[in-house]
Design a protein around this ligand. Structure first.
Ligand code: FE
Ligand code: FE
Ligand code: ZN
Length: 278
């Protein structure tokens, strides 16, 4: 069975996000680990956490995915920026693990001029001060579009990060369909080839999550602009083919399309209907 959900607001708390997920006909969700554009977070009360745990148990949620804030740049050479990123990833891995959340994903970062290799070394050092090896949570590196000086535009860069850390067994991958398409991996005309390349460089066993998004921007544009499923440059058939691909069977899927809960509900229903028509 398909495990699918969308990115949910935690403005009204984590239990409310789980409730809204159920209403949407979804069986998993992605949430931000804290305010995505600032630095704050609030600690959930015990009763709210219990509600969250009960809902996901009762409705058989698949793995919940936490997303680290965008303001965090673990590749940065600027001391303040870097120290902030180190603190955020350390705190949020521990906080999300404490909630029993299965995976946390983050954008590897942008090297802003020091070069990808130096940026990757910063990311590795940042992860090494954050991951103890005792966690249950998996830390996922997201495939990126390569806008600006983004790291993670190639499978090789993600591989270099994983290979460099003290606890590679805690590192997995989140594949974003919009990002890989924009990065120049042709999932429209050669999905099999991209899957083989992923397996050759990283290994399919590292794939823990799929961000299912269409792309407003054309193939290889290195631009990160999500479009609703079927209304972008990737298109409906190619995205359905991702969901149908045997290599991705059982991998949880999260929509990050520009919709509210009502829009995501319709999108999920449409996807399920189209897959069922096969
Ligand atoms: Fe992301
Ligand atoms: Fe994404
Ligand atoms: Zn994106």
């Amino acid at each position: 069975m398909l495990t699918i959900g969308s990115h949910m607001s935690i403005a009204e708390g984590i239990a409310k996000a789980a409730e809204n997920t159920v209403k949407m006909g979804a069986n998993t969700m992605q949430i931000f680990s804290r305010n995505p554009r600032g630095s704050g977070y609030r600690n959930y009360e015990a009763r709210e956490i219990e509600r969250f745990q009960n809902i996901r148990k009762e409705y058989h949620f698949g793995p919940v995915l936490a997303h680290a804030p965008y303001t965090m740049n673990l590749a940065s050479a600027k001391e303040q920026t870097y120290e902030f990123a180190c603190m955020v990833i350390r705190e949020d891995i521990a906080r999300m693990d404490g909630l029993g959340i299965e995976n946390i994903v983050f954008h590897p970062g942008s090297h802003t001029g020091i070069g990808a290799d130096a940026g990757i070394q910063n990311i590795i050092a940042g992860l090494d001060q954050a991951i103890t090896g005792q966690e249950r949570i998996m830390v996922l590196l997201e495939t990126m579009s390569g806008k600006g000086t983004e790291i993670g535009v190639s499978f090789e860069e993600l591989k270099a990060i994983r290979d460099g850390v003290k606890h590679p067994e805690k590192i997995g991958i989140c594949l974003d369909t919009c990002h890989v398409f924009s990065a120049g991996y042709d999932i429209v005309n050669d999905l099999d080839g991209v899957v083989k390349e992923f397996d050759r460089i990283l290994g399919l066993e590292l794939l823990r999550a799929i961000h299912l998004n269409d792309s407003m921007m054309p193939f290889g544009a290195h631009k990160d602009r999500h479009a609703p499923i079927g209304s972008g440059e990737i298109g409906m058939e190619a995205l359905l083919n991702v969901l149908r691909h045997p290599a991705f069977a059982g991998i949880p899927v999260y929509l990050e399309t520009p919709f509210d809960d009502e829009g995501h509900k319709k999108e999920i229903l449409m996807i399920k209907n189209k897959l069922n028509a096969d």
